[in-house]
Design a protein around this ligand. Structure first.
Ligand SMILES: Nc1ncnc2c1ncn2[C@@H]1O[C@H](COP(=O)(O)OP(=O)(O)OP(=O)(O)O)[C@@H](O)[C@H]1O
Length: 268
């Protein structure tokens, strides 16, 4: 798919985030086209999660502008950004531990799209059915009545995706969705993200260190270093970019990535 022909769903222009003297995100500009999957990689501390924090309103930008669906969302609080259709997951578990899987996803469906007043919490039949469908699709049906703090690492990651989907996002930000998972679980999660893209028509930006995940999922990859973009292009080009190999992958991982891409092209 050619991302260039699509109107941008999200546009980041010179986005900067400073923590005191440290510039975690440094005048970063990029677009995300409707329907595409953009992968973000880069060394630890490159500013990837901070970028998600700024995009989702968790921390305010120091400067720059973020447009989503034609609206300036740069200074909006997280709940308004979520209500506008931009949802995210976190590297670490971010569910309500004492609530069940079902209750967590219902809460997201209820609070994610509207400005509602506590303590009112009422779900209509349509919402309940939609939530049941999401729980089924994300692989959580067998644990729908289990408390979140009793779930496995994979299930907790699935729960974060389920909660995000319950807000009906146009854009979903996934922060290391396969971090800490074993190879079989990684395959399951790649399959889930592919289904999120096709079945929910969701545009996705995914931060990941696991290169085979980025290769399997992404139309385009951006690599960050010291808060800046050092590469933007195909996943296939990542392993041959001298600066990316130097500061991030190293020769061994770059070689493995090239091998993986060659294998994928053979089977395509
Ligand atoms: N709240 C904060 N206060 C001060 N410094 C912060 C804060 N959050 C992040 N940083 C710093 O900003 C830089 C970027 O961190 P960030 O977590 O965005 O990197 P990352 O690319 O996501 O790394 P990783 O791959 O390890 O998750 C790091 O130097 C980090 O220590």
């Amino acid at each position: 798919m050619n991302a260039d022909v699509r109107a941008p769903l999200l546009s980041c222009q010179n986005v900067t985030k400073r923590f005191g003297a440290l510039t975690a995100v440094d005048a970063l500009s990029f677009d995300v086209g409707a329907g595409e999957v953009l992968g973000i990689g880069g060394p630890n501390g490159a500013g990837k999660t901070t970028l998600f924090d700024v995009m989702s309103g968790v921390v305010p930008a120091s400067s720059g502008r973020i447009e989503f669906l034609g609206q300036d969302i740069t200074w909006l609080p997280p709940y308004r950004i979520c209500a506008a259709g931009l949802a995210r997951t976190f590297q670490l578990n971010a569910a309500f531990d004492s609530l069940t899987t079902l209750e967590n996803v219902l809460c997201s469906a209820y609070f994610g799209r509207r400005e509602v007043t506590l303590p009112k919490l009422a779900y209509d039949r349509e919402t309940k059915d939609r939530v049941d469908g999401i729980i089924e699709s994300t692989g959580l049906a067998s644990v729908r009545k289990r408390r979140a703090d009793s779930l496995t690492v994979l299930q907790r990651k699935q729960l974060m995706i389920a909660c995000a989907l319950a807000t009906e996002p146009a854009l979903l930000l996934l922060d290391e969705p396969v971090g800490g998972l074993n190879p079989k679980e990684i395959d399951q999660t790649i399959d889930l993200i592919q289904r999120v893209r096709t079945e929910w028509s969701t545009t996705i930006v995914v931060i990941e260190h696991v290169m085979r995940c980025l290769v399997a999922l992404c139309d385009r990859v951006m690599i960050m270093h010291h808060g800046r973009k050092i590469y933007e292009g195909s996943a296939a080009g990542v392993g041959t970019d001298p600066q990316v190999v130097e500061v991030y992958l190293g020769q061994w991982a770059a070689h493995r990535l090239q091998h993986l891409i060659a294998e994928q092209q053979t089977h395509a």
